[in-house]
Ligand binder design. Structure first.
Ligand code: AMP
Ligand code: MG
Length: 427
């Protein structure tokens, strides 16, 4: 048995060498269609931000022309012009005790050094204001380039394009970015007992559910998913499916047929087609994990990720083990990071040491009268790998270290919230 982290590094090494052979292709994408993609090169600023000196407030612009650092309370200024967003003041510089009416986002002329906010003034005539408060020089102006300097690096290669990144790129007038292309993923389930929704069930048959879960987990990523359906537990059928899939996809995911039963043909087929790495990994659920490469001819080779058949094992193996690899293949390197919390365990857990466990849990927050937030978690009673309903009732995974034994209530444990259960996050 190998540790989870060793299995992860073996998978990463396989992905690395596949990328070296096949290459991560880049493409120019419209910004509006690049959400969730990863930048394939650094992005530098095309222009200063702000591009010009701009007013930060609605108010009055003036110059302390006499060199003083302050304008005094009750001082009176005459309004001699206007600058508003999109319509700069183009007239001559104003004399002492004259000012411009100015609006937020309007260009501040070169000879102006201060904007007085409207709330600190009183209109005493149509074209005159009086200061209600002493005002110091240099206030309320957004200076040219104070936030971004033309040419500076804004984002590194491998940065995910997120809504806040889109906002900055758009403010630079960019409507396209260079990003890594979509990953083509094909996935299929194996099992003579599996039927699709709408079909009637004979004794021993069940509805197929892992393919829907795989599709749901991949949704929102820059992937082109193809559901290849259910393949019979037959060496020939599985081999044919894998051969075709290796030509069409970058990654092929299978569900079921990877353990030691008489009808578990997937491993044998992968092995005959290329490379198969198979490990007993010290995790629960999902102990037998396998992955490999289908075919030896670049670029017609595909990575293979084999999920176990049981619903929870399949879900955990994909989310905890293969999903980080998929992000890596998409160009994700260090972000988005997975969010972990330490929470107080509200129930005792029976666990034998030797395997890392991913248990389904319910995470809640408690807010003290002082406003401090503390996190509490309880694990669900039924943790077996086929208990699919427990998965749906949970809102987090409780991660228990390999060497930990029984854990008493009141201890602190590591928790990974399900992203779709908190803050409306998408995957
Ligand atoms: P296997 O890994 O093929 O031995 O399957 C382990 C268990 O998971 C068996 O009880 C299967 O019936 C069940 N199973 C396998 N694949 C699926 C699937 N796609 N949907 C639902 N259950 C499945
Ligand atoms: Mg099976």
């Amino acid at each position: 048995m190998i540790s989870f982290s060793l299995a992860q590094s073996k998978l990463k090494a396989l992905c690395d060498s596949w990328i070296k052979d096949v290459g991560l292709e880049s493409e120019s994408r419209f910004l509006s269609e690049s959400l969730g993609f990863y930048l394939s090169q650094d992005v530098c600023a095309k222009q200063n931000l702000p591009r010009e000196n701009l007013s930060a407030m609605d108010g009055y612009a003036l110059c302390f022309s006499d060199g003083s650092l302050q304008a005094k309370e009750h001082e009176i200024f005459t309004i001699c012009g206007e600058s508003r967003a999109g319509k700069p003041y183009l007239g001559k510089p104003l004399k002492a005790n004259n000012c411009l009416r100015i609006m937020t986002g309007a260009v501040v002329p070169d000879w102006v050094d201060t904007v007085i906010i409207q709330e600190n003034t009183q209109k005493i005539a149509d074209n005159k204001i009086s200061l209600l408060k002493q005002v110091s020089n240099g206030r309320n102006i957004r200076w040219l380039g104070e936030e971004i300097r033309q040419g500076q690096k804004l984002f590194d290669q491998y940065q995910p394009v997120t809504p806040n990144v889109v906002s900055v790129l758009a403010s630079q007038g960019m409507d396209k970015v260079d990003a890594y292309r979509k990953l083509r993923i094909g996935f299929f389930a194996t099992g003579d007992e599996l039927r699709m929704a709408g079909e009637s069930l004979a004794s021993g048959e069940i509805y197929e559910s892992n393919l829907s879960a795989i599709a749901a987990l991949l949704q929102g990523l820059p992937v082109e998913c193809t559901n290849l359906g259910v393949i019979k537990d037959s060496m020939d059928d599985i081999e044919q499916c894998l051969k075709q899939a290796a030509q069409q996809f970058d990654v092929v995911i299978s569900s079921g047929g990877v353990s030691v039963g008489d009808y578990d043909f997937v491993k044998g087929c992968v092995e005959s087609m290329g490379i198969l790495e198979i490990y007993k990994v010290a995790i629960k659920p999902g102990k037998p994990l396998c992955f490999g490469v289908l075919g030896n001819e670049v670029p017609n080779s595909a990575l293979f990720f084999g999920l176990p058949g049981n619903a929870v094992s399949s879900f955990v193996a994909l989310t905890e083990f293969f999903m980080p690899a998929i992000r890596f293949l998409l160009g994700g390197r260090s972000s988005p990071q997975k969010l972990y919390l330490m929470a107080t365990l509200d129930n005792g857990i029976q666990k034998s040491s030797g395997r890392m466990e991913f248990q389904r849990g319910i995470l809640t927050s408690q807010v003290s009268p002082q406003g401090d937030i503390s996190w509490h978690v309880s694990t669900l009673n039924q943790q077996q790998s086929h208990r699919v309903y427990g998965l749906a009732r949970a809102n987090c995974t409780v991660i228990l270290a390999e060497d930990s034994g029984n854990i008493e209530a009141g201890n602190r444990v590591r928790v990974a919230p399900f992203p779709w259960c908190f803050n409306g996050m998408v995957l």
